[in-house]
Structure formats: C-alpha cells, structure tokens
Design a protein around this ligand. Structure first.
Ligand code: ADP
Length: 697
C-alpha cells in the first residue's frame, strides 16, 4: 500500500476552474439543473450510499466533499463501502490531516483553488444501476446569508444547483470527468483508473465525449434515454422535501433575525449601561452597533435642534471607508436632519444621489452644492438617520451610511432595530446626565456647607468686634460719671462709628444674600450713564465728608448712548467701586472714572486709581465674599469685604462682566464692568419694585 505525504499534492497543469457540473452540461445541454438545499443533498447521498451497501457486485464509487470536516462525518460509511469494492475514490481539500493515500480506498487531496471546493459530487456505477449526483454551491447567497449566521440550521439551508439522475450515460460521463481530475492529482493511479475505465466506462462513451466536445453540438436523440430521470414518485418526494426545507429556511431566517436583534440590543444596552460618562456611552454604542449591523459607516453624536453643525467624535468604519472623525458635520443646512427633527422619527434615504427630499427642500444653491459635495466626498449611497430622543427631547443622532455603487438593502426590521438601540442610548445618556447633575449638586452642597461655616465664623467675628467696642464704651460712660466731657465725646463717637459699621455689615450681608438668591426684581430703563456717575460721586463725597479724598477725575460725558439697566443698582455699584478706589488711594493720588465703547451692544466703565494696587494672583479672588487683603479675620481698614461680591452680582444681573486689573503692589488698580446699551427695539422692562428689593438702600 503506498501512501503519499500531504506535501506531495501535485500542481495540476490543466485548469481545474471548470466545475464537473459545467463540463457535464456542455455534453448534455438539454439538462436543466435544479436547486437543492444541503439537507436534501445529504439525504440523497445517504440514500445512494445505502444502495451501494445493500447492493451486490463491485461498483465504482467517486465522492467529492467540499471540506475535510464534511468527509469526516461520512468516513465510517466509506470504510464500509470500501469493504464492498476496491474502486472507491474520495476527494476533498485538506484541513487537518487528509492527504493523498491508498489505504482502504483512494484519497485524493485537491487544492483549495480547485472548483471542486464548491461542489458536491457522488457517482456510482454498478452493474445493474448507476446514479449520479453532481452539484455546485450557489456563491453569494449562502455565505452572506442573514447576518452571516452559520448555525447548523442555516448550514442545512445552503443552496446548490445540480443534477441528480440514474441515467447511466450521464453517470458515466460524470465519472469520466472526475477520474480525469483524480489523475491530475494522483498520476500514480493511472493503471487503477485505466482498469476502472475498462470495467465501467464503455469505449463508445469516451469517444462520443471527445467528438461532442469537439463539435460542441449534441444530437439530443443520441442521449434520449427513458431512464434519465429518477422515478416521478421519487422526484416529487424530493420536491416536497425541498419545499419543507424552504419553509424551514424562512422560519430560521426570521428566528435568526429576531435573535440577532435581541442579542445586539442586549449587548449595546449592557455595554452602555455600565458607564455614566456620556462620551464613553456614545463610543461604546457606535462600536457595538457598527460591529452588529455591519454598515459601512456609523456615526453617533450629541446635538440640539438649534445646532448648526457638530464635530464628529464617535464613528465606526468598515475597511476602506473614509473617516469623518474631527470633521464638522452640517445640521442646520442638512434637510435630512431638519426633517428628522420635524418627524421625530427615523428617516431612510435609499438613494442619496437622487432623493427628492434632498433636492426639493434646499432653497439656496450653495446649500444644495455643499450637501451634494458632502454626499460625494463621503461616498454616501444610502443614508439612515435615527434621532436619539428622551421624552421627545432631542439628545443626539445616529447615522448609518452605506457607501458604494448600489443603494443599501435596509429593511424595516433593520430600522426598527436601530430605533430600539437609540432608545437605549437615550436612556443611558439621561442616566449619565442625571448622575452628572447629582454630582454637581453634591459639589454645590459641599461648597454651600463650607461657605456657611465660613460665614458663621466671619460674621460672628465681624459683629463681635464692634459689639465689644460698643459695650466697653457704653460701660465706661455708665460707670465713670467723672469722665471728662472730651473723653465722653470720644467714647460716644467710637460707639457710634462701630454701630454704623455693624449696620453696614448687616445691610451688605442682606443685600448680597438677596442678590445671590435671585429674588431681586430688576427695574431696567433707558438711562444716561453720566447722570448715574454724578449721583454715585455725590454719594461718595457726602459719605466721606470728613476725610481727605484723592483727586477724582470724572471723564464721563453725557453724549454717550443711553444704557439699559436698573439705575439704583448701577449707582450702588459705581459708589462701591469709587469708595474702594478712594479707600485704597492716598489723598495725593488720583481716581479716574471713564467710559469706552467696546461694541455696538455695550459700554465699558472703568474706575481706576493710583493706590495700593492688587497682587496679580488676587485679581479674581477680590470678588469673593469677605475677601480682604489682610485676611478676613484680621481686618484693619474699614469695610465689610462684601462690596465687590455685591458688585459682581449686580453686573451679572444684567448679563455684564466685571474684572480687575493691576500692575501689582502700589501700582494702582482698575475695575472694569460692562453695561448694555439701550437699543430702540429692546422692550423696556418696568417691573414694579417692592420696598424689600433693596435692603441696602
Ligand atoms: P471691602 O469692604 O473690604 O472694601 P470689598 O469687597 O469692596 O470689601 O473689597 C475686597 C478687597 O479687595 C479689599 O479689602 C481690598 O483688599 C481689595 N480692593 C478692593 N478695591 C481695591 C482697590 N481699588 N485697590 C486695591 N485693593 C482693592
């Protein structure tokens, strides 16, 4: 017994790209191949093999299997068949250890490029009967079937085209074709094959074949044998089996699609629910969805209805598709996006190059051009947009792009699937948002708690200090009747000053808490800024009647446009800034107030001084409550440390900005803030102010 090693598979000189079926149909062109499911072929093959095992004589048996694993399932049967006859040939492409050998029967390992890889052939030629099953698998349908699910049910539904017959002549020709193929792989079997030919294939057949192939024309009558079809009853039985198989295939497909859908939804849901980070949720969703749906390009982004563009951050691409990551994606000028917003539902565009929604809805030519360019640049042939909604609120969008020459074959089930997934994404995003809000709230609460403790400490200190002074003064006045009138006056003045300071602190404190709580009703009106500046200056002057104020230059002219703010709060703000400027500048220094117009909507007011200045790292913190350069609990200059915090609240109240600038210690400071200009079209808000709106007045 000779055995040939796997490496010995000989390269065939002739081309084996033509299937046995094609060769057979060249000889018998009037034969029409029929469609067979794999399950039917298995049944037919088993029946033919059983016939060999049950029959007498020594038939010629040639079987070709598409894969070694299919052969392995039948190996036991072929060992039994080999006990009946020594003319058994089994062909397959090696996967594990199948190799050319001559043990119980002849094994022929063919190359993976041989057309036999796609074929299912079983030929039996016995003395009293012949049978021939020659089939070729339909490429494309079988392997790319629903969601590539190749479980055993789907495997049984693989489709073949072929001929099944008991016709001796057809069987002999099929055997002849396969024996020729075997010889190209195992030339050493020449003698054995010659014997087979002599015994099973009449010379006339071989001659006729050559002639027919030369002429490429067949005289049908030559081959018109009454037994070329199997019995009608058997034929019908096979047809019924096939029909049953077809029903099974349909049921399997729908089951597989449902199972796939559930699996995909579960996998996306469980992945995204594990995270509370919106970006991570979108990243996971787009990956899982892209892998599960197998589209060309899948995009997920967060957006609002009013957004004009979005930057693409999360995408899934199949090989060879252009990436859009980091690119600006149009929303406002995209009629498809606008329609999804209107519909509040998914939108499928089968043919992006000819969809009327794109071309009819765009008003401007430039918009149309830019969208067409986008379609071309991104090679979008079909487009699916599904909104991510939560209780009607748009949270984002999911897009599927099919890129390629032909439109995509998206079905309603696919759209329903994507819809179901976007619902899950919406829930996950809301969950993440709620968590983020909760965290924010926690931080705010912590900050509030911290502030509250600080406030208690600082306010306690700020109130206790003047209170102690007042107490000492009053006690001295009460217990020492002999006190000189001058000292008595000093005592009274000190007590009065500290009472005033306490009053101011309480007032500022109430004003600030009112502003911070948002309970202030703003009484905005068109105002002349110069008048407000004058008013605040006279307040400052009257408050500081007895002190030596620095030189104050008012550079604000009345030609400025009217402003639109609450006048009383503006005067309060200006007075506080001017008070500070005077307080921190020596009487020899200067304080200037001026106005610049920054843009057509607002004016910028600047209160500048040449005083003690502010360290650069304190320019922000001076606006914090109770900030004082000396430290809140070691206050030396007058003041409450609440003035600038109040100023910031006032400016923010009209949507303006306030900031401080200084070159540093002893180099003076400038405080800037913006006020809105009165626009004639702006309706004038005249909320009625209650007496409690300004406790500081
Ligand atoms: P205060 O009642 O202490 O003036 P503010 O909130 O008005 O409270 O000011 C906070 C702190 O900011 C002041 O104590 C001072 O240290 C600093 N500051 C405010 N205005 C000026 C200024 N014009 N020049 C220098 N420092 C200033």
């Amino acid at each position: 017994m000779t055995s040939i090693l796997p490496g010995d598979i000989k390269k065939t000189s002739m081309s084996n790209s033509i299937s046995v079926l094609t060769e057979l149909l060249q000889i018998f062109p009037y034969w029409r191949p029929q469609m067979y499911f794999k399950a039917s072929l298995t049944a037919l093959s088993h029946a033919i093999e059983d016939q060999i095992l049950a029959g007498s004589g020594y038939p010629l048996v040639i079987a070709s299997f598409q894969k070694e694993r299919f052969y392995r399932q039948e190996a036991q049967r072929y060992r039994r068949i080999a006990q009946k006859t020594n003319q058994v040939y089994v062909l397959t492409v090696p996967e594990i250890d199948f190799k050319n050998s001559s043990e119980l029967y002849e094994k022929i390992a063919f190359e993976s490029t041989d057309s036999l890889v796609q074929e299912w052939n079983l030929i039996v030629i016995a003395q009293d009967y012949a049978s021939c099953l020659v089939c070729q698998e339909r490429i494309g349908i079988n392997h790319n079937d629903t969601y590539n699910n190749v479980d055993s049910a789907m495997d049984n539904s693989r489709r073949f085209d072929g001929i099944w017959t008991f016709d001796r002549q057809v069987s002999q020709h099929a055997a002849d074709t396969l024996l020729r193929r075997i010889l190209t792989y195992r030339p050493e079997l020449k003698t054995k094959i010659k014997q087979a030919r002599q015994e099973y294939l009449p010379v006339t057949i071989l001659k006729q074949r050559e002639e027919n192939l030369k002429q490429k024309e067949i005289n049908n009558s030559t081959w018109d044998c009454p037994d070329r079809y199997p019995e009608p009853f058997v034929q019908r039985l096979v047809s019924y089996l096939q029909a049953g198989q077809y029903e099974l295939l349909k049921a399997n497909r729908s089951l597989a699609s449902k199972e796939h859908k559930e699996r995909l939804i579960n996998s996306v849901t469980s992945a995204i629910r594990r995270s509370l980070d919106p970006e991570e949720i979108l990243h996971l969703a787009v990956q899982k969805l892209g892998e599960g749906l197998g589209g060309c390009r899948c995009l997920v982004y967060r957006c609002q209805e009013t957004d004009s563009t979005v930057t693409i951050q999360h995408e899934f691409l199949s090989a060879g598709i252009t990436s859009l990551k980091g690119k600006t994606w149009p929303l406002h000028n995209n009629p498809l996006f606008q329609e999804v917003i209107e519909l509040r539902d998914a939108l499928m565009v089968e043919d992006a190059n000819n969809d009327p929604r794109i071309f009819n809805k765009i008003k401007s030519n430039s918009d149309l051009k830019s969208l067409q360019n986008l379609i071309i640049k991104c090679s979008i042939s079909s487009w699916l947009l599904v909104p991510i909604l939560y209780r009607g609120r748009l949270l984002g969008m999911l897009e599927l792009h099919h890129c390629g020459p032909n439109p995509a074959d998206w079905r309603d089930e696919d759209v329903a699937l994507v819809n179901a997934i976007t619902t899950q994404i919406g829930v996950a995003l809301i969950q993440a948002e709620a968590y983020a809000n909760l965290q924010d709230l926690n931080k705010q609460l912590e900050a509030l708690d911290h502030t509250r403790s600080n406030l208690v400490a600082i306010t306690g200190h700020e109130l206790r200090t003047p209170l102690s002074t007042i107490q000492i003064c009053l006690e001295s006045l009460a217990t020492e009747p002999d006190m000189s009138p001058e000292l008595r006056q000093v005592m009274l003045n000190t007590a009065l000053q500290d009472t005033e300071r306490m009053c101011k602190l309480v007032q500022d404190f109430l004003t600030l808490s009112q502003l911070e709580s948002g309970r202030v009703k703003w009484h905005t009106e068109p105002l002349n800024l110069a008048e407000c500046v004058e008013l605040s200056l006279s307040n400052v002057r009257s408050r500081n009647r007895n002190s030596n104020l620095p030189n104050i230059k008012n550079l604000v002219t009345s030609e400025l446009p009217l402003i639109q703010v609450d006048g009383e709060w503006l005067v309060e703000l200006l007075a506080k800034l001017l008070d500070n400027a005077c307080k921190f500048t020596s009487s020899k220094g200067n304080v200037t107030i001026e106005v610049n117009s920054t843009d057509s909507n607002s004016l910028e007011v600047t209160v500048a001084d040449t005083g003690r200045g502010i360290e650069p790292n304190c320019l922000e913190t001076v606006f914090d409550r109770f900030y004082q350069e000396e430290g809140a609990l070691r206050r030396s200059t007058g003041g409450t440390g609440l003035g600038l915090a109040i100023c910031r609240q006032i400016v923010q109240g009209w949507g303006g900005k306030i900031w401080a600038e200084s070159e540093g210690k002893d180099l003076g400071s400038q405080f800037h803030f913006t006020v809105p200009i009165f626009l004639k079209t702006t309706p004038c808000k005249t909320n009625k102010k209650t007496s409690s709106t300004k406790t500081s007045k």
